[in-house]
Design a protein around this ligand. Structure first.
Ligand code: ME8
Length: 674
């Protein structure tokens, strides 16, 4: 029977639309799943969306939608993007589906029946952004994970006896050193657990967007217990049909970003131990994709949409770039420049060029049939060197790839391609092709066979990473459907004499200089509003309203709303403006813009980047921690290349400096002004 292989991605929150951070994890898993299938493993690849919890409830409120509407929309968007990219997931789980809800309730019952759940009162801090209880902290303390201010929660909740698992978890980490990878993350988790585990609240009772606790519908199950369970509920855990669960669980690898390691390496195994469910074989945590030096995330407004790259360069380019450029496990930067540079160097000029020159010459000199290195006289040591290098590449690629060192694995495969390129240049097949004598023909056959065979090997190895291009090259090599190829058999010499090549076509057309600019422009245009200039921001400050607009004012548009002749607006019109209390977390000057500050403002359920024209009135350091009023539902705009997501409210005295609106009493972050 074939070995089974079960791989999972995190399930993504539906408060943010897919960006290339989400793509990164999902293509890494897709690549691993594809390789496992080629190696003959019975593979199951799960992804999906995380749709419950306070964060989603608030995001829906802010968007004027029901949580279910928001979840339906965004979940569909994730799925459509994965389909467009050709990702080969076997199942897409949604936490609002009935199958998931039943499984989660069954897990909760199991934990309760096994004596690990009790009722208590939680008084402490909670970070809605991370959906994390922050026990040992005072009111307003920052979340240790994201730095956003926490909220005080006082609730009667159900608790899980996490403290009972401290020793068992430490034993797990020591007995299975590969349970957490890479080593740095493992060490962090071990020291976290060693420092002591408190029992964990696993229900909430002050909002309702979640799965009800069985037999006590006043509570919803804590969103992380709900979400983590997806890895087994998708397989039928807790349902009458457990065929998939019996076959695929435990997971062979669960891939996560480094910020959710605690949930996966501490809470998850503890829940499973308590429920007497086998543990996954390992959790692999990768680093962050950075853009403009910061973690790419919706709250920073520095995301890159996959669509832009797919439209210009295609999915293989993005897959190759992310896995080749970033050392898996560490943080890595994304830039359009680097993407295009790698695309041209490694794909267009590298593999693409090797394929087209080799296959074109076989077409030209041997009527499109693979020639065979026949006469011993035509053999040279450089031919053997390529064969040897190919064997070594197969072994090294496999070792690196199976340890998730994708960058190293690709470097090895492309190293072989570069060696073949050099071999072609040195052997000058085009010159041999001009000669008709037996020896030259024989030598030409050897050189082209060697090149084509090495090309076949690079293509087979690279297939999980660049599936579309590899499938095309395979067809051009006359080998049919690459998916049918058994990778475990890959070795030198399998390309048969006389194999009829397919039609030779370029697989990676070169990207011209404008590609970077085009992609940048598409990203900017993809944002809801056109870019505004810095100069407009202060200009709108001294507008008749007396309110200081720190963001460029929207050009006057015909108003759909009713304004009475005396200039008064209705209460309905006023209510369209969403004013909220925010707290400044970060303030810094904007390069080459004297009047602008870049602020990160916490609005309770999210942190917004706001570009404010107040630099002449406030030093950045005086603003951090200060509560301000934000117009929260303005369309984002670009200012000096930065996205501004909201507007800070200030009085603007005639001829004077702006004065920020503030409060005498303490007001919770996120409160709406009406
Ligand atoms: O945390 N770089 O969902 P989420 C690299 N619902 N990876 C990134 C990334 C970036 N800049 N941004 C996102 C959640 N990711 C929970 C998970 S699982 C039971 C519940 C990827 O929408 C990365 O895999 O915030 C990260 O862990 C995940 O998306 C977080 O997605």
């Amino acid at each position: 029977m074939n070995k089974k292989f079960y791989i999972t991605t995190p399930i993504y929150y539906v408060n943010a639309r897919p960006h290339i951070g989400h793509v990164y994890t999902t293509i890494a898993c897709d690549t691993i799943a594809r390789r496992q299938r080629m190696l003959g493993a019975d593979t199951y690849f799960l992804t999906g969306t995380d749709e419950h919890g306070q964060k989603i409830e608030r995001a829906a409120q802010a968007a004027g939608k029901t949580p279910q509407q928001l979840a339906d929309e965004v979940s569909a968007e994730f799925r459509a993007m994965w389909d467009r990219m050709g990702l080969t997931y076997d199942d897409f789980i949604r936490t609002t589906s009935d199958r998931h809800k039943c499984g989660v309730q069954e897990l909760f019952r199991r934990l309760r029946d096994n004596g690990y759940i009790y009722k208590g009162t939680y008084t402490g801090q909670y970070c809605v952004f991370d959906e994390l209880y922050v026990d040992a902290a005072g009111p307003g303390a920052p979340c240790p994970e994201c730095g956003r201010p926490t909220e005080t929660v006082h609730e009667d909740n159900y608790f899980f006896k996490l403290s009972a698992f401290q020793d068992k978890l430490l034993q797990l980490y020591s007995e299975q050193p590969d349970f957490i990878r890479p080593e740095t993350r493992r060490n962090e988790v071990i020291s976290f657990v060693r420092s002591g585990l408190r029992d964990l609240s696993v229900s909430r009772s002050t909002f309702s967007w979640g799965i009800p606790v069985p037999d006590d519908h006043k509570h919803v199950i804590y969103v992380w217990l709900d979400a983590l369970a997806n890895y087994i509920t998708a397989l039928g855990y807790g349902s009458p049909d457990t065929k998939l669960y019996d076959k695929y669980w435990p997971a062979d690898v669960q891939m996560v970003g480094k910020e959710i390691v605690r949930f996966h390496c501490v809470y998850w195994p503890a829940f499973l131990m308590a429920a007497e469910v086998p543990l996954p074989k390992g959790i692999m945590a990768h680093g962050w994709l950075l853009f403009e030096e910061n973690k790419m995330s919706k709250s920073r407004g520095n995301i890159v949409r996959p669509k832009t790259i797919l439209d210009v360069l295609g999915a293989d380019a993005l897959r190759y770039f992310l896995l080749r450029e970033v050392v898996f496990g560490q943080d890595g930067s994304f830039s359009f420049d680097a993407l295009v540079q790698r695309y041209n160097a490694d794909l267009a000029n590298g593999l693409g060029n090797l394929a087209s020159r080799t296959l074109s010459m076989i077409t030209r000199y041997f009527r499109g049939e693979v020639p065979y290195p026949s006469a011993a006289v035509a053999h040279k040591s450089s031919d053997d060197a390529i064969a040897k290098a190919a064997g070594k590449a197969i072994a090294e690629f496999s070792t690196a790839f199976d340890q998730y060192q994708f960058s190293r694995a690709l470097e090895v495969a492309w190293g072989l391609a570069a060696a073949v390129d050099k071999y072609i240049v040195e052997n000058e097949p085009w010159a041999l092709g001009e000669k008709q004598d037996e020896e030259s023909r024989s030598r030409l056959a050897t050189v082209l066979y060697t090149s084509a065979e090495a090309l076949r090997i690079v293509t087979a190895l690279a297939h999980p990473v660049i599936p579309d291009a590899a499938a095309k090259i395979w067809v051009q090599l006359g080998l049919g459907d690459i998916k049918q190829f058994a990778l475990s058999d890959l070795k030198w010499g399998q390309l048969h004499l006389g194999t009829k090549l397919g039609k030779v076509e370029a697989v990676f057309p070169r990207a011209d200089k404008s590609a970077v600019e085009r992609m940048q422009k598409m990203e900017d245009q993809g944002r809801p509003a056109p870019a505004a200039t810095e100069a407009q921001a202060p200009a709108s400050a001294s507008s008749a309203s007396g309110q200081f607009a720190t963001q460029a004012a929207t050009p006057a548009e015909p108003k759909a709303t009713s304004i009475s002749p005396d200039g008064k607006i209705s209460i309905d019109d006023f209510e369209k403006v969403e004013l909220r209390v925010g707290q400044v977390k970060v303030a810094e000057k904007v390069k080459n813009a004297d009047k602008l500050l870049r602020l990160e403002v916490d609005l309770g359920n999210e942190v917004r980047q706001v570009i404010a024209g107040i630099a002449e009135a406030y030093a950045p350091e005086t603003l951090v921690g200060r509560k301000v009023v934000i117009v929260a539902n303005l369309a984002p705009r670009m200012l000096k290349g930065l996205e501004s997501n909201g507007m800070i409210v200030a009085a603007s005295p005639e001829g004077g400096k702006p004065v920020l609106a503030s409060f005498l009493e303490d007001v919770p972050v996120g409160t709406r002004l009406k």
